[in-house]
Design a protein around this ligand. Structure first.
Ligand SMILES: Nc1ncnc2c1ncn2[C@@H]1O[C@H](COP(=O)(O)OP(=O)(O)OP(=O)(O)O)[C@@H](O)[C@H]1O
Ligand SMILES: [Mg+2]
Length: 258
């Protein structure tokens, strides 16, 4: 764990890659996103922390419009989230998402999983889609698994395939929702290594994770949520050594001692 935290990126212009302003979201009576204001600059890596039920997954899903919001604004690269249709498909292509469960297509090979969306959504010619897919499989270290089906891979390999699949669409932003939580401990690092590599290359990333080592090493910012609110937004070092709120202190006390 000697890697340096990446240098803070300089945005090429003032437009944040992700912008959420005054976002509210309820599930029935439950207020799950409370007045969320969050900007993520181009190339920035933000780790989202918080207790179970604090709204981290809902926040991620809102950015991809997998969850509609009640009010407020969400923009990706300066454009408001489209409601539906072709524009929504384009947004989903721009915002890659990796979940805890790998969500690969079980009846397609790893190579087919990675080429599917470029072929169908981007209408990329097959040879180009395969060339790009093989580059990505190489990059995540699973080229030799290309003709296997997901169930024939380890959890770590499946999650790396899921990352390659998201990258195949050349997204502007990658959202990760607890990408290593379902993995056996020995497979966590291989996935974090791929994510750290992406961060270093300047991908804009929003990452929900309990991997504090990753947060310290790779994140530019830590956002701490509780009860649907952003309670703290700080540099990792500041957050871990000097959290301001009682809720963050309590949370850190629990995760650092368990
Ligand atoms: N589809 C839904 N319908 C109703 N309530 C929901 C729905 N999805 C989430 N919730 C509730 O919204 C709140 C926030 O959930 P969310 O999944 O965003 O939390 P989280 O911070 O990701 O938690 P965890 O760490 O357990 O993944 C929780 O109280 C949850 O029960
Ligand atoms: Mg969650």
């Amino acid at each position: 764990m000697t890697e340096e935290a990446p240098a803070a990126p300089t945005p090429s212009d003032g437009t944040p890659m992700i912008r959420m302003a005054d976002v509210q979201k309820h599930f029935g009576d439950l207020h799950v996103l409370r007045d969320i204001n969050l900007e993520v600059a181009r190339g920035q890596v933000v780790v989202v922390l918080g207790p179970s039920g604090s709204g981290k997954s809902t926040l991620c899903r809102a950015i991809n419009r997998l969850e509609p919001i009640d009010s407020g604004t969400i923009e990706v690269d300066g454009r408001p989230l489209p409601a539906e249709g072709k524009d929504l498909a384009r947004l989903r292509a721009d915002v890659g998402m990796v979940f805890q469960s790998f969500n690969l297509f079980a009846h397609k090979t790893i190579l087919e999983n990675v080429t599917l969306a470029p072929l169908k959504v981007r209408r990329t010619p097959k040879a180009d889609a395969e060339k790009r897919a093989l580059e990505l499989l190489e990059r995540v270290g699973i080229t030799n698994q290309r003709d296997k089906y997901p169930a024939q891979l380890s959890g770590g390999q499946q999650q790396r395939a899921a990352i390659a699949r998201a990258l195949a669409m050349r997204p502007k932003v990658m959202l990760f929702d607890e990408p290593t939580s379902a993995l056996d401990p020995e497979m966590v690092q291989e996935v974090l290594d791929v994510m750290t590599g992406l961060a270093k290359e300047g991908m804009t990333m929003l990452v929900v994770t309990h991997e504090m080592g990753f947060a310290r090493r790779a994140a530019h910012r830590v956002v701490f949520m509780a009860d649907g609110e952003i309670v703290e937004d700080a540099k990792p070092d500041t957050f871990f050594t000097a959290p301001r709120s009682e809720r963050a202190k309590d949370f850190l006390g629990k995760i650092l001692t368990h």
